[in-house]
Design a protein around this ligand. Structure first.
Ligand SMILES: [Zn+2]
Length: 474
């Protein structure tokens, strides 16, 4: 790592505070839309650093922004801080050891995600102040990335209307500009209503909502063969109608998560799943209602910004992991399968290298691997404004997303080095946009060209609000 630029010194000057912030958030894992303590940690840091605060963004109590600087372009830097259920895990051990009495955990590294983004925003603020440059940097504390689509609601509420470009990142095995591929998705709750009756004495009078849910699953499973190969459909039972087998189940609810390559594919798939639900209701003489819980768009890229970020990565070089970092990462790798590790290399298009526990390079921009098939609510921001994302190496190569191994690595020195490293890349990309007056216009032209034939239409129906209660079901 070559610390040659002023902006990188500004990141280093405050890194300890932000490593501590990341560790505190790791220690208070909170689920989507309930990140009150984590959001407050970010809010207090924004206040301490002198940002101008906006709370309750888009009516979401755990969404906050902080702005600094005057006039000029507005550069958004996006952070997250939500955790996941079932991923409680002690830090710094390479064996499954959940922390007793606490089922949540930072199994996606969002403790690092928020802190590094806020560190980058703080360094840009300090740079603007020191150099008297016109321009604004705005940190977005975004809740509920895990299934809550908060950024989509923030876009819909106009929170990005005056933004010129957005920068964010995600913890990863390798350092590189993130290839902008992700699936559009939606979560829809299908609620079936039937008629209860004694299951032995009067079964002919009952109409089973649970049967309807089961038939819907059968129908969707038959559909799978005839849908695009990159589409995905998953489901979870929210209400199976109760615990009494001798009562015909009068109500049942199933949540479907439907993913498509883009919004066009997704909407076609949603229409088919809705028909199957109606078919199941028809077969069972039950009634069905469908309620959209959340939805996100696929990501779109931005070539000028990706090139600018790649330049920053190349100037900085890879993170300085040491032998102790590699030794612990190797221990984590010993808990993984060969398949996990091979998939990590294939994902970024690199040859599988045995005995390489941590990233030792910047993966080139033109290196294309097997695209990720997850989804992110950054997708909607990328349709609203030119957006670029980094992947920052913070964990052992092969670590699966949403795993105890990922939680275990979230407070390690390698994670801290990775978050400071990627904060430098993000801050440097923002400074490039402020110093090169052609970059934002080029980014906007690229963005408009991508939207020419398919303008952005929010996948969130107008009549739904952020699902603030969604984690109560989880
Ligand atoms: Zn994540």
């Amino acid at each position: 790592m070559r610390n040659s630029e002023d902006i990188w010194h500004l990141v280093d000057a405050k890194k300890d505070d932000f490593i501590a912030l990341s560790d505190r958030v790791w220690g208070m894992p909170e689920l989507a839309y309930t990140e009150f303590k984590s959001c407050n940690e970010h809010l207090e840091t924004l206040q301490k650093e002198g940002f101008r605060i906006t709370r309750d963004v888009a009516g979401i109590p755990t969404a906050v922004t902080g702005e600094a600087g005057e006039s000029g372009p507005v550069i958004a830097i996006l952070g997250e801080y939500d955790a996941l259920p079932g991923l409680s895990q002690e830090a710094g051990v390479a064996e499954y050891r959940p922390i007793e009495g606490n089922g949540f955990g930072h199994g996606c590294g969002h403790n690092l995600l928020g802190s590094a983004a806020l560190l980058a925003a703080t360094a840009v603020k300090d740079y603007l102040e020191t150099n008297g440059i016109k321009g604004r940097v705005r940190y977005y504390g975004c809740p509920a990335e895990e299934g809550g689509a908060a950024k989509g609601f923030m876009v819909r509420a106009g929170a990005f209307d005056d933004v010129d470009m957005a920068i964010t990142w995600h913890p990863a095995a390798f350092s590189q500009v993130h290839e902008p591929k992700s699936l559009a998705n939606t979560r829809i709750d299908f609620h079936f209503t039937g008629r209860a009756s004694h299951a032995a004495a009067a079964p002919h009078l009952g109409r089973s909502a649970l049967d309807a849910v089961e038939l819907m699953s059968v129908g969707v499973n038959y559909m799978r063969e005839h849908m695009p190969s990159d589409a995905r459909v998953h489901y979870a039972f929210l209400d199976a109608g109760g615990i009494a087998p001798n009562v015909v189940q009068a109500s049942a609810t199933v949540r479907y998560l439907i993913r498509g390559r883009d919004l066009v594919d997704l909407n076609q798939l949603i229409a088919r799943v809705r028909k199957i639900a109606e078919g199941a209701a028809l077969m069972t003489e039950t009634k069905v209602t469908a309620k959209v819980v959340s939805a996100v768009s696929n990501l779109i890229g931005n070539t000028p910004l990706e090139r600018a970020m790649d330049d920053a990565f190349k100037r900085l070089g890879p993170p300085d992991f040491d032998d102790a970092d590699r030794a612990f990462a190797a221990k984590i790798q010993s808990t993984l399968t060969d398949g996990d590790i091979q998939a990590a290399f294939r994902r970024v298009g690199l040859p599988v290298t045995k005995g390489l526990p941590l990233c030792d390079q910047i993966v080139p921009l033109d290196q294309h691997g097997e695209a990720m098939v997850g989804s992110t609510d950054v997708g909607d921001v990328s349709w609203a404004v030119p957006t670029v994302q980094a992947h920052g190496a913070t964990y052992a190569i092969g670590t699966p997303g949403h795993s105890w191994q990922l939680t275990a690595q979230g407070k390690m020195p390698a994670a801290h080095k990775g978050m400071v490293h990627v904060a430098k890349v993000m801050a440097s990309t923002a400074i490039a946009a402020l110093l090169d007056e052609t970059l934002i216009p080029r980014a906007k032209a690229d963005h408009q060209a991508r939207l020419k034939d398919t303008p952005y239409v929010s996948p969130l129906p107008n009549d739904i609000d952020p699902p603030l209660e969604m984690s109560k079901i989880a």
